[in-house]
Design a protein around this ligand. Structure first.
Ligand code: ARG
Length: 555
């Protein structure tokens, strides 16, 4: 029994009630099947009788009873009606046991699917010579989780790191490096400082801006010196980004970057002109978009292309070459307007439809205590923060390897456990804590399962199980476990990895309660309880895998 199946049965029940004249004909409202919060609502529940009641002008209790009677042939006593008209479903004990067996059989594949669909996920996307900020950290963590989830559901996933490696800022950087830098001895911190210095000095020295424009023009025209300095910036930044990805254990399929579209913007501009949607305005070339105050800027008055022009060229390339059904942009909420506008224009230009683009607009990270205010580049600082998380974990685990898994797991879980649109607080004490809804708490629970299984193995106690009656804790665990496939589907549909975190936290709590109350080994239910522990571990592993969080062998 699952949501899809219940939905079908309810629909059939309504149709046959209509055939038998127990209900009049009407347009079927959407049938929503939920996991109820309260126990008296069973394991699944629908409130379909309320909208139907309105449509046919009958009390919802009456409608619910009619539907229930139609369902009884198939579902027997597992379907009940609760006033004033909820229809509730209860999963049988046999079904619960069967789900556990299925989990133990399918293992890491339990809950997975095969879909013939493609998704491009645009995530991380830091900017060359600027900081890999906490925003990019969020994008990396959430984007990677979405990638893993879609992949698990059988989608073909293409991860694209849309690096900010092109644009007028490179004119500024080149000027700054030539004036104040030493090309033979540059690192990420100096690079970021030079960029900041350019802006400070340009406030009083307006000539600098003009010089920067000239140098960007040169870069666009392929000038050797400009290209060399640009490449240097790329190499230095990429090396730094790699070390962050290594710490996070993240690998992104491709990084075309904005520069890849340098020679692909001309066509976009021509198409916009041909379609008559581009127009000249004060020397610039713009597209006005209904519903937005500022137009989309294709060319600035000095002829330079923009982030927006590259955005359109990127969309064109992806839609034509990668042919995705969906493109997910994991980008901060501050780019809402930019993306919404570019989605509209992309559709006007015929690059797919607006519905195919989804902006997952993440909120900010706020710091509990901003301890990291050394005068270092922001990127280096972020690395310090990640290392600090690992060091804190090491104080608890006393082992470097384990500490890395726990520290990084804590950072990721902290980010993923709240809805992406919310701001998150970066509070290392709370993140690393073994109490409460934290990464380490979930890891600790998985490690606990591992050690139970290890002990059982050592004592040669792994056997097939038979079970006649379940206690309360066992039953709730089984019920939680079999929700996994539906939770994953739901989290993909709503782009919300936090649903998986809620789920594992709930499961971990249930298992720990069981662990405290029920002896596992040397007990008459031993075989079943070991199997149950294996099932819990499997589902925790499957879930944490999707979140990109590793489980240590011990803690
Ligand atoms: N590099 C950009 C930034 O840091 C983010 C790019 C996001 N992706 C995109 N297709 N615009 O602001």
């Amino acid at each position: 029994m699952d949501k899809q199946e219940i939905k079908k049965l309810v629909k059939k029940a309504v149709l046959s009630a209509q055939k038998e004249g127990k209900l009049p004909y009407f347009d079927m409202p959407e049938i929503i099947i939920e996991f109820p919060d309260q126990e008296e609502h069973g394991d699944y529940s629908t409130n379909i009788a309320f909208p139907v009641g309105k449509l046919v002008a009958k009390p919802s209790q009456f409608v619910a009873t009619v539907i229930k009677e139609e369902l009884q042939d198939k579902l027997g006593d597992s379907v009940t009606v609760l006033p004033p008209g909820f229809i509730n479903f209860k999963v049988s004990k046999d079904e619960l046991i069967d789900s556990l067996k299925e989990i133990l059989k399918k293992k890491s594949k339990y809950g997975g699917q095969k879909q013939r669909k493609t998704v491009v996920i645009d995530y991380s996307a830091p900017n060359i010579a600027k900081s890999f900020g906490v925003g990019h950290l969020r994008s990396t963590i959430i984007g990677q989780a979405l990638y893993n989830i879609y992949k698990f559901l059988g989608w073909k996933c293409i991860g694209d790191n849309h690096l900010g490696d092109w644009g007028t800022q490179f004119g500024k950087l080149i000027v700054a490096i030539k004036k104040w830098g030493d090309q033979k001895d540059l690192d990420i911190i100096e690079l970021e400082e030079l960029y900041v210095r350019f802006h400070t000095e340009a406030e009083t020295d307006k000539k600098l801006l003009e010089e920067a424009r000239v140098w960007f023009k040169k870069l666009e025209q392929g000038d050797q010196e400009a290209k060399k300095i640009w490449q240097l910036c790329i190499d230095i930044s990429k090396q730094e980004f790699s070390s962050i990805y290594n710490l996070l254990g993240v690998k992104i399929d491709r990084a075309y970057g904005e520069s890849f579209y340098e020679d692909k913007m001309g066509v976009v501009i021509e198409q916009a002109k041909k379609l008559g949607i581009a127009k000249k305005s004060q020397g610039a070339l713009i597209i006005e978009v209904a519903g937005f105050n500022a137009p989309l800027m294709l060319l600035k008055s000095d002829g330079a292309t923009t982030y927006e022009t590259r955005e359109l060229a990127t969309t064109k390339f992806r839609m034509e070459k990668l042919k995705p059904d969906l493109v997910i942009y994991e980008v901060g909420a501050d780019q809402k307007e930019h993306l919404a506008k570019s989605f509209k224009v992309a559709e006007m230009l015929g690059y797919g439809t607006e519905k195919q683009y989804i902006h997952i607009a993440h909120g900010l990270i706020r710091w509990k205590d901003r301890k990291f205010s050394t005068r270092r580049g922001e990127t280096a600082k972020l690395k310090d923060v990640l290392n600090e998380a690992i060091n804190r974990a090491e104080e608890i685990t006393k082992d470097k390897d384990i500490a890395k898994k726990v520290g990084i797991g804590a950072v990721k879980y902290n980010d993923l456990s709240r809805h992406y649109s919310r701001d998150i607080i970066f509070d290392l004490d709370q993140m690393i804590s073994l109490q409460g809804n934290s990464g380490p708490y979930i890891q600790y629970t998985a490690v606990r399962c591992k050690s139970v299984i290890k002990k059982a193995k050592a004592e040669k106690k792994i056997k097939r199980f038979r079970i006649d009656s379940l206690n309360k804790e066992e039953e709730t665990i089984l019920k939680a476990l079999r929700k996994f496939p539906e939770i994953i589907q739901q989290s993909a549909d709503s782009f919300s990895p936090n649903l998986i975190c809620n789920f594992v936290f709930d499961l971990a709590q249930k298992y720990n309660l069981f662990y405290e109350k029920s002896p596992i080994l040397n007990n008459e239910s031993q075989d079943f309880r070991i199997a149950l522990t294996k099932g819990v571990l499997q589902i925790l592993e499957n879930s944490l895998n999707l979140l990109g969080i590793e489980i240590p062998d011990k803690m």
